[in-house]
Design a protein around this ligand. Structure first.
Ligand code: SF4
Length: 332
């Protein structure tokens, strides 16, 4: 899948973590070194001005991908490349975290929190210009100029996330990596923050890489969605295609578990257990212990990503054309 003018290209990226016991314990107990492959051969490109979302349960590797892109972790293999930034400069990347409470310094006034990147990066010349820019940013995220004098604890969770967004915007980024930015918030506040982020994307021409465990959160934000399971992308498709016709059994499971406000009492399929430990992933397709369509091939052979319509899917059943057969639960 090639993208026109990608701002970000992730090319066969993997990340292994050493989770071995301390050296002495290993020697005494004769245990080998132990690694977790948190991200395993992940590739995608993000076109400028779009929203690319990565979705999956906790431990699937989506937050590790976010941290690799922002440089918080180094890759074990593969390449991460950025397009040209504004004025021919490198692309500015900023991250918005899940918990605004821990990402904002509690001892600083909000004005100083937002002003710090402006001062550090010399984005304004005088003290007055910095203050003016802080006022402007507070207005952009729906806060008042007076809020600059307050401390983070004087705000609600939603307001704190607005402060985090203003701080992220202060460095004038082109790419915002948002790691579960609304998952600590109530549903109604979640919707307000998502609306704000969509408005900012249009007004400022931002590109988003959006990480979430919840498909319903990314539904109205995303142009493209990648579903991750145990470190690998299992399906990648334009958002409307994934919601209309998910192909991978895991994408179907994630979609089927979204509450439907129009049909709160509809029958939902039973959850099929928890993901296995990334320390001991199952052989073959790592989803096979939870999959109703698994056969012998699935438990022995890891499927490759193959193109199916406008989606890329990693599943033998899709490849073998047996996913939509009536005997496999498809509507007739
Ligand atoms: Fe299920 Fe097999 Fe597809 Fe894996 S490869 S998702 S086990 S059908």
């Amino acid at each position: 899948m090639t993208a026109v003018d990608p701002i970000l290209s992730v090319d066969h990226v993997s990340k292994k973590f050493d989770v071995s016991a301390p050296w002495l314990n290993r020697v005494l107990e004769r245990k080998p070194k132990l690694y977790v492959e948190a991200v395993n051969d992940v590739s995608f490109t993000v076109p400028r001005g779009s929203c690319f979302s990565i979705v999956g349960e906790s431990g699937c590797g989506k937050s590790t991908v976010a941290r690799l892109i922002t440089g918080l972790y180094a890759t074990s293999a593969g390449d991460i490349g950025f397009g040209e930034g504004r004025g021919g400069k490198p692309v500015r990347v900023q991250m918005i975290f899940q918990d605004p409470h821990s990402s904002l310094n509690p001892r600083w006034r909000v004005g100083d929190i937002i002003a710090e990147p402006i001062r550090e990066m010399h984005l304004r010349d005088t003290k007055e210009e910095v203050l003016e820019r802080v006022d402007e940013l507070l207005g952009t995220v729906g806060l008042a100029p007076d809020d600059a004098k307050k401390y983070p604890h004087e705000f609600s969770g939603g307001q704190r996330q607005r402060i985090s967004i203003a701080r992220a915007l202060a460095s004038e980024p082109e790419l915002l990596v948002c790691d579960e930015p609304t998952s600590a918030l109530d549903v109604s506040v979640q919707a307000q923050i998502l609306n704000l982020m969509r408005r900012l994307q249009q007004e400022l021409g931002l590109t988003y890489l959006f990480i979430s465990h919840d498909l319903s959160v990314v539904r109205h934000m995303s142009d493209m969605i990648a579903v991750m399971y145990l470190g690998k992308i299992v399906e990648m498709a334009p958002a409307e295609v994934l919601f209309r016709q998910p192909k991978h059994p895991y994408s179907r499971l994630l979609l089927a578990t979204i509450p439907d406000i129009h049909e709160p009492n509809r029958d939902r399929p039973l959850q099929t257990g928890e993901p296995p430990s990334p320390l001991a992933p199952p052989p073959g397709c790592t989803f096979h212990p939870r999959c109703g369509l698994a056969n012998e091939r699935c438990s022995n052979q890891m499927p490759n990503l193959t193109t199916s319509g406008r989606a890329t899917v990693r599943c033998h059943a899709v490849e073998e054309n047996r996913i939509d057969r009536p005997e496999n639960g498809a509507a007739v």
